[in-house]
Design a protein around this ligand. Structure first.
Ligand SMILES: *Cc1c(COP(=O)(O)O)cnc(C)c1O
Length: 426
């Protein structure tokens, strides 16, 4: 992360005011260093913009990684949070609350879940996947299938489903029985399922952390058909793709008739408030966990549920799913038009407002640094892919301003990459 530091010293960037420097120093002296050196200290947000400790403004094209569905300080979220905070924030799960029940019903309705379906609330994506893992174990079958390049979270069970060696290796042994298959390979899937001892297949409709890699409709249909035929659960991790992000309530709904057995959610569900959910479809999947076999203290508390209901309500009322679809298509067209003139951009993939812009050279991290200098927040999902997951309230004009700036960001990134190479040589 030293790149960030040398880059930023030019103007009003990383060096910052004494205040910002002080905060950065206190961060590194007080936090466990798992996230590296933070790029900026952010102090305030409104709509699609955030401000750092130096007062510099940024267009937020990352939305807290697909979390801030309604941007920052949205009045509907503030109102719901404030009202519920003054009514009932938390009770134990010995008790039910109206907001929690209403949210469960709303999610089942949006997911078009059949009679006998159910919801378990969590506080994060990884916890949703932990619950899904336990549901899979309850089938009594020993094997679980996940995909290469998958990301399902950092706790031990979710980590066991995550493919990346660097994340897994320091923490082995992980819960056993998980096997990884190449994404998109139907023959490999069929062969793996054939013995009839697979509990579940877990996959992301679009592999977000891997670089916004969509699975094809054919593969997802095959996954549904083959798991059903061999009595395995199909678990869809929609932690990143769910809640309107791709222009559907849940990404798999773009494929008519496709219904998972289990779906996991988090990220956008609370618009920034930590809440996740697991949906089980139909009586079989819903019945796998019996009383006492799982639990949570905070999951589904009335404050989180109230905020989530507000997020879902505003997404629907303001037509933000349709907007995500339209803006995604327009953004792709803009990027492809630019790629036609600028060979440093090779393409764009994704759905709605989850998009990956692919680069010819592995300079995505340098582009991210240059973008910050120019007032844009995005991230490098892998060395040659820029990920955009902006608030769904973003405008076409705002997205256009980024596309317009992109060639200059690439210039700056190329310069930075070249100077790093020079440093290495000398
Ligand atoms: C972010 C993410 C997770 C983990 O969510 P956390 O809230 O960080 O635990 C799991 N699965 C997918 C697909 C994700 O994008």
């Amino acid at each position: 992360m030293s790149e960030t530091q040398t880059q930023g010293t030019t103007t009003q960037g990383r060096a910052g005011t004494p205040d910002a420097q002080d905060l950065a120093g206190r961060y590194s002296h007080s936090m466990i260093g798992v996230f590296g050196t933070p790029q900026r200290v952010l102090v305030r947000g409104e709509g699609t913009h955030v401000w750092d400790a130096d007062g510099k403004e940024y267009l937020d094209l990352l939305g807290g990684i697909a979390v801030n569905a309604l941007g920052h300080a949205h009045p509907d979220v503030v109102a719901a949070m404030t009202k519920q905070a003054g009514t009932l924030v938390h009770v134990s799960n010995f008790f039910a609350t109206p907001t929690q029940i209403e949210l469960a019903e709303r999610l089942l309705e949006l997911a078009k879940a059949p009679e006998g379906s159910g919801v378990f609330f969590t506080n994060s994506g990884t916890e949703s996947n932990e619950a899904a893992f336990k549901i899979a174990r309850r089938t009594g079958r020993p094997r679980i299938l996940a995909l290469e390049k998958s990301f399902h979270g950092r706790t031990m069970g979710a980590l066991a489903l995550t493919h990346k060696e660097a994340y897994r290796a320091p923490f082995e042994p992980l819960p056993g029985g998980v096997e990884f298959l190449p994404a998109g390979d139907t023959a490999a899937l069929e062969a793996a399922l054939a013995p009839g001892d697979v509990a579940a297949l877990v996959l992301e409709p679009i592999q977000g952390e891997a670089g916004v890699l969509p699975l094809t409709e054919e593969y997802l249909r095959a996954a549904r058909e083959l798991t059903a035929r061999h009595g395995a659960l199909l678990i869809l991790d929609e932690v990143q793709t769910g809640v309107g992000r791709t222009g559907e309530w849940f990404a798999h709904q773009a494929i008519g008739g496709l219904q998972p057995d289990v779906m996991t959610l988090a990220k956008g569900l609370g618009g920034g408030f930590p809440i996740g959910a697991v949906l089980t479809f139909g009586e079989h999947a819903t019945g796998l966990l019996s009383p006492g076999q799982h639990g949570t203290t905070f999951g589904g508390n009335p404050l989180g549920a109230a905020v989530s209901l507000a997020v879902l309500g505003t997404l629907a009322e303001d037509g933000l799913l349709e907007k995500a679809r339209t803006l995604g298509t327009q953004l792709q067209a803009r990027i492809l038009e630019l790629a036609g003139r600028d060979p440093r951009i090779t393409g764009v993939r994704g759905a709605g407002l989850l998009q990956g812009i692919t680069l010819a050279a592995p300079i995505a991290p340098q582009v991210v640094v240059a973008a910050l200098e120019h007032g844009f927040i995005l991230n490098a999902a892998n060395p040659s892919t820029l990920r955009l997951a902006p608030p769904l309230i973003i405008t076409d004009e705002e997205l256009g301003s980024f596309v317009e700036a992109l060639p200059a960001l690439l210039d700056a990134a190329e310069r930075a990459a070249a100077s790093t190479t020079d440093e290495k040589r000398s």
